[in-house]
Design a protein around this ligand. Structure first.
Ligand code: SAH
Ligand code: SF4
Length: 340
């Protein structure tokens, strides 16, 4: 059975050709999928009943389901989405009070092979890549469930997007063309897969690249991220400089703050020095405590001091608002609980 979600307008037009229908039908169906976000052909009420029956013999709108849904007191909604093979990923919808944005945090893989020591996803290893249809399906699930249109997408759920780059780029194309979500409203977060950063620099991508740096030197970073032993922070910095040079785009540096580990004034100064010549904004992320790790979130006092020291060096620094703390909305946490 064909799945309609994920088909582009041209593909729907070809399907209409096959079914002996006009191109205009493709446009209607496209609108039902991406803007009205229906979950079944029967809801496409401007198609004749006969034609809906013909279409239903060939295709369904979606083949995924919501396995778990949790709503936080701050409005964050977390979904565990199940694909036909039984594998699940997390998708989170975030709202920030002062902005008319609805941000979907999507997963790019089931599990993750990078195995960062602080991350709940990393702890469970890599299962498989998501197809581009499975990626965009996460945003459609949110739209269907809430009746609202997603305005921003961040690839900050499970998985390492640059290790599934082809599917991620194809999903980006569909977000742009079919969902009409501007490239600048999309952010890809990576643990630093150096050769893929050079590859991305060559594409004409207008989306934001976010780098999970989390430490200013090799020793500290290697403790958190085994990938540091494959692509060291020096090579990463060269790749980032080349990326900025080639694209002209400012990158985002993500930095989780872990109590007593990477949040001291000395480390802040070392980080400021490392980033001095890199065109970037810094996003500080208070660590979301994960069971089975030795790490704890920094105190508010240490977070503010760290922020101040970086700002003092001339960088724009934001502290990520903690969303959905009461529903385990941190990376990988809901799925962990279900598996237990
Ligand atoms: N694999 C990619 C994207 C997914 S993780 C990457 O690592 O960049 C998205 C962000 O969440 C990353 O910056 C990651 O380091 C961070 N993260 C993971 N676990 C976290 C936790 N327990 N608390 C806070 N941030 C976390
Ligand atoms: Fe993978 Fe990102 Fe988690 Fe590291 S932080 S294990 S790269 S999902």
């Amino acid at each position: 059975m064909l799945t309609l979600a994920g088909l582009k307008l041209e593909e729907l037009e070809n399907l209409m050709d096959e079914l002996g229908a006009t191109k205009f039908r493709a446009k209607q169906i496209h609108n039902w999928i991406y803007f009205k976000s229906v979950s079944s052909v029967d809801e496409m009420t401007n198609l004749s009943k006969d034609f809906r029956e013909t279409l239903k013999e060939k295709a369904v709108v979606t083949n995924t389901k919501i396995k778990v849904k949790q709503v936080s007191s701050d409005g964050t909604i977390k979904y565990l989405i199940e694909y036909p093979d039984g594998e699940c990923v997390e998708t989170v919808l975030m709202r920030f009070d002062n902005r008319a944005n609805l941000t979907a945090c999507v997963s790019s893989q089931v599990g993750c092979a990078v195995n960062c020591s602080f991350c709940a996803t990393g702890k469970r290893g890599f299962i498989r890549n998501l197809t581009y249809q499975e990626i965009i399906e996460q945003v459609l699930t949110i739209q269907r469930d809430t009746g609202l249109k997603v305005t921003n997408v961040v690839f900050m759920g499970q998985g390492e997007p640059l290790l599934n780059l082809n599917n991620v780029l194809k999903a980006l194309e569909i977000f742009n063309d079919d969902f009409q979500i501007g490239a600048r409203r999309i952010t890809i977060s990576t643990s630093g897969i150096v050769p893929k950063i050079y590859e991305l620099a060559e594409s004409e991508l207008q989306s934001t690249l976010a780098i999970s740096l989390h430490a200013p030197n090799h020793k500290l970073r290697a403790e958190l991220m085994p990938i540091e032993n494959k692509y060291s922070i020096d090579e990463l910095k060269q790749a980032l400089l080349a990326y900025v040079e080639k694209t002209g785009r400012r990158i985002t540096v993500e930095y989780i703050l872990i109590h007593g580990f990477n949040d001291t004034p000395e480390v802040a100064k070392e980080l400021a020095y490392l980033l001095k010549d890199l065109k970037c904004n810094i996003n500080l992320i208070p660590y979301n405590n994960v069971n089975d790790t030795k790490y704890k979130k920094s105190t508010n006092n240490d977070i503010m001091r760290f922020k101040y020291l970086l700002e003092h060096s001339g960088k724009k620094v934001t502290v990520r608002l903690e969303r959905g703390a009461d529903i385990d909305a941190a990376c990988g946490q809901l799925k962990g609980k279900i598996n237990e």
